[in-house]
Design a protein around this ligand. Structure first.
Ligand code: AMP
Length: 484
């Protein structure tokens, strides 16, 4: 191996960089006829996930996958489209999801279908349909999938968004609720994002009925102080009164009767046991007497996950504000009666869902403000080439390095070596390999250390081994990286 110190390599017959700027492309928006062509944009509430965010999405997915593996949740994937009745039955009329937000349409055969607004109903449908209740219980599953709600778009709120979801069906035990809360908590712990759990109990439907009667009497007496939505909720969905965020309703809410005082002894004892588990696990939680979750199917434990990052004003120039600390990153609870409500055999169950977009925003914000590095799939090597022969050989060598763990960047359209090195510099790769006409003929390749500028000429056959040796320390750091 010959070591030389060169400024930049001089691969032979290097084509000159394009001096003249390329002619401006014809206006793509003008059709041949001269009429402007229509351009397309996202539908309101939809969003693209671009490669710049890949590292966050990957980190979140890996965190979920690792937890699922460790706590033994099997993967389930259900279709996006379901019979609309499934969601009306489970989520319930009177909820925002069913009344205002569901994407419902008539299929070509005339049947009414809906784009799934949440995953639990579909998973329970699958549990019943495949006779899973006949198999050893509990049935522990997780999924990662897009959901659809025709919500009012804002930061962290979209009409198509993703959720990671964990469910345990076929078991009623405080340990199950605690395990799920632990998984939700660990998900954020593993990402380095501090969160806390807000928790409450809705008790049994009987407990709730007695409480709702009390709540309705109380709210009727305060009707004149309430917002329009709340006035309707008194008859339509009284529990949702406790969800109201309107400032004018807050004093009424704060003095409202609390559900916990209306629970039967057995419901209280179940809840206390869940809390004892959380104490044992040192999971930070806050008792939230007004946390009811919006959906009809919950019984007993309900919880939500909130970031404990202090609210920061959005960074100047940043397109998106961080999600408000008011909005939960995720939530879930127990739903013991859903299996029966959907025509199945009794099967107590619990689960939770975390909104990925919201978690990505929180993670980004936290990483930015706390200077935490989220590991990214940054390239180790830039592959530069000069000339058509070199380009052909380069693609072959790049292909040969597949499966080695070495991440390569290259751009065959950059032209001059200077441009390519500039790009390599911007990518902050530690090494560049350079292949010119001479190297193609000699079966060699130049390896440049970007920090020292030292270049060495190596045999193409030894490229993989040499790169692996050079990158050994980079590989080591990656494998012990704290964040997934
Ligand atoms: P929910 O079951 O409605 O509490 O939703 C669970 C989680 O999904 C929430 O805590 C959010 O993180 C996320 N989520 C719900 N609705 C939306 C939405 N419209 N856009 C983005 N994320 C959402």
């Amino acid at each position: 191996m010959k070591k030389t110190k060169m400024k930049t390599s001089k691969p032979s017959k290097a084509p000159k960089a394009d001096k003249k700027p390329a002619p401006a492309p014809a206006d793509l928006n003008v059709a041949v006829s001269g009429k402007p062509k229509k351009t397309y944009a996202l539908i309101r509430g939809m969003h693209d996930i671009l490669p710049k965010d890949e590292k966050y999405w990957k980190a979140l997915y890996h965190a979920a996958e690792k937890l699922a593996e460790h706590f033994q949740y099997g993967r389930i994937d259900t279709p996006i489209l379901e019979e609309v009745g499934l969601f009306i039955r489970s989520v319930g009329r009177g909820t925002d999801i069913v009344d205002k937000e569901m994407y419902v349409f008539e299929d070509r055969d005339g049947s009414k279908v809906a784009l799934r607004p949440e995953p639990t109903a579909s998973i329970m449908r699958a549990y019943i349909q495949h006779g899973i209740w006949n198999m050893p219980q509990p049935f522990k599953v997780w999924t990662w999938a897009p959901m659809f709600r025709h919500d009012r778009p804002q930061a962290g709120r979209y009409r198509q968004f993703h959720q990671v979801d964990f469910e345990t069906i076929g078991a009623k035990d405080p340990a199950v609720d605690a395990e799920l809360i632990l998984v939700a908590y660990n998900f954020f712990q593993d990402l380095g994002l501090p969160v806390e759990i807000h928790i409450n109990s809705l008790g049994t439907p009987e407990d709730r009925e007695r409480y709702i009667a009390e709540l309705v009497t109380y709210y009727r007496s305060k009707r004149s102080y309430l917002c329009e939505d709340c006035r309707q909720r008194i008859t339509k969905n009284p529990l949702r009164l406790l969800d109201c965020k309107e400032p004018q309703c807050q004093p009424v809410k704060e003095a409202a009767p609390q559900l916990i005082d209306w629970l039967e002894e057995s419901s209280k004892s179940f809840f206390m046991k869940v809390l004892e588990y959380l104490d044992e696990l040192s999971i930070p939680y806050i008792l939230s007497p007004y946390l009811v979750r919006g959906l009809d199917y919950y019984t007993h434990t309900v919880f939500e996950v909130y970031t404990v990052v202090p609210e920061m004003p959005p960074k100047e120039g940043s397109a998106q504000a961080p999600p408000s600390a008011q909005s939960a990153l995720g939530g879930g609870g127990r739903y013991d009666l859903l299996a029966e409500d959907l025509g199945g055999k009794p099967a107590p169950a619990a689960g939770f869902g975390i909104g990925i977009e919201r978690a990505v925003l929180a993670l980004k914000h936290y990483a930015e403000t706390n200077k935490v590095k989220v590991p990214s799939p940054a390239p180790h090597i830039f592959f530069a080439e000069l000339g058509d022969d070199a380009k052909r050989r380069a693609l072959r060598l790049i292909n040969q390095l597949r499966g080695t763990g070495i991440r390569l960047a290259f751009n065959f359209l950059k032209g001059s070596l200077k441009n390519q090195l500039e790009l390599a510099n911007n990518l902050k790769v530690p090494y560049v390999v350079i292949l010119g006409q001479k190297e193609v003929q000699d079966e060699t390749i130049i390896l440049r250390d970007m920090e020292s500028g030292v270049q060495e000429i190596i045999d193409q056959k030894k490229l993989e081994a040499t790169l692996k040796k050079k990158l050994a320390s980079a590989f080591e750091t990656e494998s012990v990286s704290a964040v997934v």
